[in-house]
Design a protein around this ligand. Structure first.
Ligand code: IPD
Ligand code: CA
Ligand code: CA
Length: 297
């Protein structure tokens, strides 16, 4: 068990059970009062509340499954988790916007802070009652480029193992409150590489090609089925690299920051800034980042 790990999903790793108290100010003054620490504490609460809901549904409820498209499914728990998170954010920060996975036309998309939310990352696993999934929440600021955003708070929770990964820009990353770091592995032959299979047949074929270029050079490979969790595992040294040809902002907004704050790198597959319109993704311990890119050329 990780030091400081809570025993149940509804216990707060920090020991605090209280809500973040934000003074109710007029909207135009709120942004000046919001600081990174407050947002981080609030994001943690949201993840724990959504995580408890999701874990309870995973353990106790028959799930309602709906197809979202080819090889893509969503459950009632995804919608319930998203609603819990977005309702709480809207009550507390009415000026903030959202980039959240499941369709909800009522959510504002613009704001001085954008909440980037994956209510369940790893829904394929979740829908089969496989225990590998997470809740991912990031707070980000928009940039002048609509395809680039800056996460300044990121939280990824594995609600079945009670593992809470957190990061704040410039303040490092933690697992259940304890500082974490990426691995120091520099020799590719010792590296554990993870990836997941895109739904699209052509991207899947390209992934197969990338696997064939990397599998023989690495120690071994894994497919976990939750990108946010795999990226968080790099942040704490359990894995050394993760790639995926088609990730969405909600898959990476929190975990990309967590990796960087743990000393690793997160980019697109060419080593450039991750962009919404690119989707190819590479997270590593930093040391093997360029080696990975060279290998897949
Ligand atoms: C999926 C997972 C998976 C990745 C897919 C994602 P979802 O997210 O992160 O690991 O390969 O591309 O869509 O649909 O379970 O939230
Ligand atoms: Ca996802
Ligand atoms: Ca999801």
């Amino acid at each position: 068990m990780v030091k400081g790990q809570p025993k149940t999903a509804d216990k707060h790793p920090s020991g605090s059970t209280g809500k973040v108290s934000l003074i109710h100010l007029p909207k135009h003054l709120q942004t000046f009062m919001i600081d990174q620490q407050q947002i981080a504490e609030f994001a943690k609460e949201l993840a724990l509340e959504a995580g408890a809901l999701v874990a309870d549904k995973w353990k106790n409820s028959p799930l309602t499954l709906t197809s979202k498209g080819f090889r893509d499914v969503v459950t009632d728990a995804d919608f319930a988790s998203q609603k819990l998170i977005t309702d709480r954010v809207r009550q507390t920060f009415p000026t903030h916007g959202f980039l959240s996975e499941e369709d909800d036309g009522s959510l504002p998309t613009e704001g001085d802070v954008i909440w980037v939310i994956d209510p369940i990352d790893g829904t394929s696993n979740f829908s089969r009652k496989s225990p590998l999934f997470s809740v991912s929440i990031a707070a980000a600021t928009p940039t002048s480029d609509p395809n680039v955003f800056n996460s300044f708070v990121g939280v990824v929770l594995d609600p079945l193992r009670n593992e809470l990964f957190e990061a704040q820009k410039g303040k490092g990353a933690t697992l259940n409150g304890e500082p974490i770091q990426v691995s120091s592995i520099s020799d590719f032959s010792n590296a554990i590489i993870a990836q997941d299979w895109p739904r699209d047949p052509q991207e899947r074929e390209r992934t197969l090609n990338l696997v064939s270029k990397t599998v023989h050079e690495s120690k071994t490979m894994r497919s976990i089925g939750s990108a946010a969790l795999a990226l968080s595992y790099i942040a704490c040294g359990r894995l050394d690299a993760y790639f995926n040809l088609n990730l969405q902002p909600w898959d990476v907004a929190a975990a990309g920051l967590i990796i960087e704050e743990a000393g690793g790198r997160f980019s697109n597959l060419s080593g450039g800034v991750w962009r919404i319109d690119d989707k190819s993704s590479l997270g590593t311990n930093g040391t093997i980042h360029q080696k990975f890119i060279d290998l897949i050329q």
